[in-house]
Design a protein around this ligand. Structure first.
Ligand code: SME
Length: 151
């Protein structure tokens, strides 16, 4: 039996059905996340560039952000290297956190896969401490799974 998708996942799937332009798809996914979650100041993607071995800024909503992140660096680079989602209740307690937007106090990062290989990271920042928990992590992992079909 197939599992019941969250409303935002259903919206993402409906929005991207039949669409093949990766930039357009990631752009609308970032916008959908940004408008669906309260108390967030940044939502977007870092995409792995194998030529430079960096995570490069992808489509996002929010303030201007760091263009390149090294695998293993900061929250995004750690999630990439460890190949796992991270919920960071207080970014100031995360060793090596990269402060792109000084408003950010908590963060959620989730890997995105393409053909079963890690493609990049969904990054969501909040000005509120402890904004993200298991519910948001599971929901964004579901969004990531859907997105895999459209990148
Ligand atoms: N804070 C992130 C960098 C990206 S910005 O939040 C948009 C990090 O430590 O990896």
């Amino acid at each position: 039996m197939s599992k019941v998708l969250s409303l935002v996942s259903q919206q993402l799937d409906a929005l991207l059905t039949g669409e093949t332009n990766v930039v357009s798809n990631l752009s609308n996914a970032a916008a959908l996340i940004f408008q669906n979650y309260e108390d967030i100041n940044w939502a977007g993607f870092y995409i792995y560039n194998s030529n430079s071995d960096t995570l490069d800024l992808g489509p996002f909503q929010g303030k201007v952000a760091c263009m390149h992140i090294q695998p293993g660096s900061g929250v995004v680079g750690t999630a990439f290297s460890e190949n796992e989602s991270l919920v960071v209740p207080n970014v100031h307690d995360f060793a090596g956190h990269i402060a792109c937007d000084a408003d950010s106090n908590s963060e959620l990062v989730v890997p995105v896969y393409k053909n079963d290989r890690i493609y990049g990271i969904i990054d969501i920042d909040s000005p509120r401490l402890n904004r993200f928990g298991e519910i948001e992590k599971n929901e964004v992992e579901e969004l990531s799974e859907i997105l895999s079909k459209y990148i």
